[in-house]
Write a new protein. Structure first.
Length: 187
């Protein structure tokens, strides 16, 4: 009986502590307005931990939404106002098989063709993008949260005119869209 009680106490303590630490609410403050997101640390713990670490280091302050494609997504987290690369971070493992899918209003990690190359760049889906989900034999793009307030801001950004700029041949907003900072709303 004592073993069962001890196991129950350990399970309850671990589960309760993990819940409080893992799910996070953040706000992306942009020149177009604020976007509030709920990050799902239970399903994407490595991705959320990485993202929170970047927020705490002020990595995203004064960066751009540098890639905007109407009826698809808005992408940021990799370039400063001069479209210069930010200092590269360590890549994280791809958590795309976590049960979260690329639906309208979800946030996911951007990456190269290497499935485990995500580090800081992220995108917010402005429509359902099921083709970005994992399929048999193919990694997807890891979703790690969703917009809970400010989807109108995402839609406004996604409709901004774009064109070539710097080394990018297209999809850069003509009018700069700045991520002023990202803040953690819960403790």
């Amino acid at each position: 009986m004592q073993k069962i009680i001890l196991i129950a106490i350990i399970f309850f303590t671990t589960s309760a502590g993990a819940q409080l630490v893992e799910d996070r609410t953040i706000e992306i403050q942009t020149t177009e307005g604020s976007i509030t997101l709920q990050l799902d640390g239970r399903r994407a713990p490595i991705t959320v931990e990485n993202f929170i670490s970047l927020i705490k280091s002020e990595y995203f302050n004064n960066t751009l939404f540098h890639r905007v494609i109407p009826n698809f997504m808005i992408q940021g987290g990799g370039f400063d106002q001069n479209l210069s690369d930010l200092e590269s971070q360590s890549s994280i493992p791809n958590e795309s098989g976590n049960g979260l899918t690329n639906l309208r209003g979800t946030i996911a990690m951007a990456r190269t063709s290497d499935p485990h190359s995500a580090n800081a760049q992220f995108f917010i889906n402005s429509k359902d993008n099921s083709f970005l989900n994992p399929k048999s034999g193919n990694w997807g793009y890891a979703v790690f949260g969703n917009v809970i307030k400010g989807m109108d801001i995402v839609d406004r950004i996604s409709k901004k005119p774009t064109g070539p700029k710097g080394r990018f041949s297209e999809d850069v907003p003509i009018e700069e869209i700045l991520i002023q900072k990202i803040v953690i709303l819960d403790n």
